[in-house]
Design a protein around this ligand. Structure first.
Ligand SMILES: C[S@@+](CC[C@H](N)C(=O)[O-])C[C@H]1O[C@@H](n2cnc3c(N)ncnc32)[C@H](O)[C@@H]1O
Length: 242
């Protein structure tokens, strides 16, 4: 998957390009990130990338011209080889649709995308209207820039790329992938601080283990995230799929 990222801080992305699963996916070419820094598109001597908001008020906005030039460049690079597929520009924004696993799965099914990271007090509405196709939020709170949000999106999407995670079952069993939260897990030792591992996990009975895990997923989900389940429906759905 090709992802072109418009950002004033490309260096922040080393957190995902240099570490863990995402780093491996980048080096194996499963995910290809390129960066377009509006500062490099600024024409003035000081390479200005911010400007005052009309109407006054605190803070600055991203300056329009270098921002739009960076977006166009990020988009052009992807359109060239898109074979007729559209390339969407996604703005990371607290006003966007809150990202969930269904959203991540939909984005992961695309083969190219432009991500736009805001800074300061955000970006001019006309840029949103003219250049942005969708807005994604990482939650109902405000962070200082779109980079962390973009990294969350890229990490979540990378996990779903075929081959990114060694054992593909581990992704399909993750929380949310079947609508439920993951069951509790245990590792060695068998007894820790006087608490034992549930005996079924030591039984070697795979059918019993599978049933226990589903039951625990239902319990954990209804305790921690009752909003995710209509309990009756989830129980029925999963008992049918056994
Ligand atoms: C300080 S915020 C601007 C917030 C804006 N003034 C508002 O109140 O809606 C700067 C940038 O951080 C990013 N950002 C902030 N919170 C976010 C969130 N919850 N999800 C995604 N991006 C976010 C956006 O790209 C935004 O342009």
């Amino acid at each position: 998957m090709l992802i072109n990222i418009v950002t004033l801080f490309p260096e922040m992305f080393s957190a995902i390009t240099d570490c863990g699963v995402t780093s491996r996916a980048v080096s194996e070419g499963l995910i290809n990130l390129r960066f377009f820094n509006p500062r490099e598109f600024a024409k003035d001597k000081h390479r200005t990338v911010d400007d005052k908001p009309y109407g006054g008020g605190p803070g600055m906005l991203m300056k329009i011209e270098p921002l739009v030039a960076a977006i166009k460049s990020a988009k052009d690079g992807l359109i060239e080889n898109a074979n007729g597929q559209s390339v969407k520009v996604a703005y990371l924004s607290p006003q966007g649709k809150v990202l969930d696993q269904a959203g991540v799965e939909e984005i992961a099914s695309r083969d190219r995308l432009v991500l736009l990271c805001g800074r300061y007090q955000g970006i001019d509405q006309r840029v949103i209207d003219q250049e942005v196709d969708e807005e994604w939020s990482v939650g109902d709170f405000v962070i200082s820039g779109g980079e962390l949000a973009a990294m969350i999106l890229v990490d979540a999407v990378t996990r779903l790329q075929p081959g990114a995670i060694g054992d593909k079952d581990s992704v399909s069993q993750d929380s949310f992938s079947n609508g439920l939260l993951h069951w509790p897990e245990y590792t060695k030792p068998k007894v820790f601080n006087n608490r034992s591992v549930p005996s079924v996990l030591l039984s070697g009975d795979h059918k019993a283990i599978q049933e226990w895990r589903l039951e625990q997923s239902l319990v954990v989900t209804s305790n921690k995230r009752p909003d995710l389940m209509n309990e009756e429906d989830q129980s029925k759905k999963h008992s049918r799929s056994k």
